[in-house]
Design a protein around this ligand. Structure first.
Ligand SMILES: *[C@@H]1O[C@H](CO)[C@@H](O)[C@H](O)[C@H]1NC(C)=O
Ligand SMILES: *[C@@H]1O[C@H](CO)[C@@H](O)[C@H](O)[C@H]1NC(C)=O
Length: 436
């Protein structure tokens, strides 16, 4: 094969010179094309767009690169002089940085703390299969701290049953209702209850009736209001006193005295939440919550806005467990009541329980449970609904709270007549609401 190829190349001189001139022509054409391209693309073929763009980005056009460099050095000089001018502020800045760093560190610590608390509660879980997962609502109880109030601690050791008891605060303004209150508690056979006496008259009344009583130490600052104060002042005091019960490790069924006990409430509690409360609601929707649709026709297509509603919890009858969220609730309510003497304790109690966290506000994260409103019945349910309904009036409630009516004592006595003594028309003389 090689020999055959060499053959034609050597064939003649004339074909050799023709080949040479062809090569020369090709070289000339190549040089010419090179010149044309050098003219059209002075930057060469492979200058990428990004590089060109970066030139434009720097200074708007390629030709300004030099002036940009000048500007940059001007700015550096300017910044340098600014830096010198602000050197006095340096110490202050450094301090701020130190403070920020410290706050960051504390924030990190807080995160660790939460994680540690969480791990202390149990093993870090994997989410189970669909439909089997359940969030935490029964928070762990605090470690009892007797040193908070050794005298109260001794009383509670005697009075409480399974670390829980009914607690009522009373001064002599509510003496008559208190008598109906403890008479019915005794009748039902409840032994774990305690009256926190806010004056001497109540202490004596309880002692002469073998009612467990706890007289506050008169040196205690928070008590000075209790002796003379109206209902709302006593309400504020209530949250501070309650705190000690929880710190001592007891669950408290806080009770107003305008309540008639018909059964033992401890047989009907669920005990899975920080706060388990009776409701001011009068039916399933108002007591347990509902979706109220707010209508604004001017919005056309979007005229309906959905709202979450629930009638308030009654701060005169609730079961509270000795947990951190429960104690935080008491602290928050007591703080707000002392900051604003015109605030109403029940409104504050509910706002703290229900408002979510939002900008500038950290909401309480307490577990809540609404009690059955036929078993833990308010006087609106009794006088508007139950007494007029033959089947509902056969239900025996656990308690009746005469919270909706100002003529409390006669209605309490009528409730006793109706439910205890079987007088069928005992409730009839009373109007549904008050007559003003
Ligand atoms: C109210 O709720 C209870 C249980 O929560 C339910 O058994 C009852 O049927 C409800 N009543 C009405 C009228 O929806
Ligand atoms: C009380 O309320 C019931 C049910 O709402 C009603 O039927 C009754 O007429 C009311 N009684 C009075 C005296 O208004």
């Amino acid at each position: 094969m090689i020999g055959r190829r060499e053959g034609p190349l050597m064939r003649s001189n004339s074909s050799q010179s023709l080949l040479k001139s062809r090569i020369a022509i090709a070289i000339v054409i190549g040089v010419l094309i090179g010149c044309v391209f050098a003219f059209l693309f002075p930057n060469g073929f492979f200058v990428s767009n990004t590089i060109r763009n970066s030139n434009y980005n720097l200074a708007g056009s390629k030709t300004q690169t030099n002036s940009v460099a000048c500007e940059s050095s001007d700015r550096i000089n300017m910044l340098k002089s600014q830096f010198v001018a602000e050197s006095e502020k340096n110490a202050e800045l450094k301090k701020q940085v130190r403070e920020l760093t410290e706050r960051l560190r504390l924030a990190e610590q807080g995160k660790d703390q939460a994680q540690k608390q969480f791990l202390a509660l149990g093993k870090q879980p994997k989410a189970g299969p669909f439909g089997t997962v359940k969030g935490l609502r029964t928070n762990p109880t605090v470690i009892p701290d007797e040193s908070v109030n050794p005298r109260l601690s001794k009383i509670l050791e005697k009075v409480a049953v399974r670390k829980e008891l009914i607690v009522a605060l009373a001064n002599s303004n509510v003496k008559d209702m208190l008598e109906v209150w403890f008479t019915n508690i005794k009748r039902v056979g409840i032994s774990n209850y305690l009256v926190v006496a806010l004056d001497e008259e109540i202490t004596k009344l309880c002692e002469s009736n073998q009612v467990p009583v706890y007289k506050r130490d008169p040196d205690e600052g928070i008590d000075s209001t209790g002796r003379t104060g109206g209902n709302h002042v006593v309400s504020g005091l209530k949250f501070r006193i309650l705190r000690e019960f929880l710190q001592l490790g007891y669950s408290v069924l806080l009770s107003d005295v305008d309540i008639v006990y018909l059964q033992n409430p401890f047989d009907y509690l669920i005990r899975d939440s920080d706060v388990e409360s009776m409701s001011d609601g009068h039916d399933n929707m108002t007591a347990y919550g509902f979706n109220h649709v707010f209508d604004e026709p001017a919005m056309g297509w979007a005229r309906y806005a959905h709202t979450m509603r629930i009638w308030v919890y009654n701060s005169g009858f609730f079961y509270i467990r000795p947990t951190i969220p429960a104690i935080e609730l008491l602290d928050r309510v007591a703080t707000r009541l002392s900051n604003d003497p015109n605030s109403w304790d029940q409104a504050v109690f509910n706002e703290e329980l229900f408002y979510p966290s939002h900008p500038g506000y950290d909401g309480l994260h307490a577990a809540r449970r609404t009690m059955d409103y036929y078993l833990f019945m308010n006087s609106k349910v009794l006088f508007k609904t139950v007494r007029n309904d033959p089947s509902l009036s056969k239900i025996k409630p656990v308690i009746i709270h005469v919270n909706y009516h100002p003529d409390k004592l006669p209605r309490m006595k009528a409730v006793v007549e109706y439910y205890i003594n079987g007088k069928q028309d005992a409730l009839k003389p009373f109007p549904n609401g008050s007559d003003w």
